[in-house]
Ligand binder design. Structure first.
Ligand SMILES: Cc1cc2nc3c(=O)[nH]c(=O)nc-3n(C[C@H](O)[C@H](O)[C@H](O)COP(=O)(O)OP(=O)(O)OC[C@H]3O[C@@H](n4cnc5c(N)ncnc54)[C@H](O)[C@@H]3O)c2cc1C
Length: 106
């Protein structure tokens, strides 16, 4: 959402693709205590909602689907999003991270 916000403010045509809900891991966090500006902490979903509402002020095309493939040929990036193929001049990947599992038996 931050990347989309910056680009939209620079008048770049932006589409933001999110397969779940905007906010990512923030939505799994009860209380975020290290985000500047919220000395008492803020619930993850509230911060995610505030960021999503901020984005509403800009012309960002929001696509609620999964990117299943990305192919780059001669400076054109082709993304498979659901059943569609979308072309873009540039792609910003913000797909997060997965926790490394310890491999211990449960
Ligand atoms: C329980 C918990 C508590 C935490 N507490 C804190 C805290 O208090 N303070 C702190 O600083 N950090 C905390 N973190 C870590 C913090 O949430 C992450 O570092 C941060 O959310 C990473 O942001 P991100 O945008 O890079 O990735 P993510 O939040 O993981 O977002 C990536 C997004 O990309 C989407 N996506 C991925 N692949 C695709 C695809 N192929 N197509 C479409 N969409 C896709 C996902 O659906 C996801 O919404 C916590 C994490 C957890 C799980």
């Amino acid at each position: 959402m931050t990347a989309a916000l910056y680009l939209a403010r620079s008048e770049v045509s932006v589409a933001m693709v999110e397969k779940l809900s905007p906010g990512g891991q923030m939505l799994m966090t009860h209380l975020i205590e290290n985000y500047p500006g919220f000395p008492e902490g803020i619930e993850g979903w509230k911060l995610a909602d505030a960021m999503a509402a901020h984005l509403d002020h800009y012309a960002v095309d929001r696509i609620g689907d999964e990117v299943s493939a990305l192919e780059s040929v001669d400076g054109v990036h082709r993304l498979t999003i659901g059943e569609d193929v979308v072309e873009a001049k540039a792609v910003v990947l913000c797909s997060g991270a997965r926790y490394k599992r310890g491999g211990h038996p449960r």
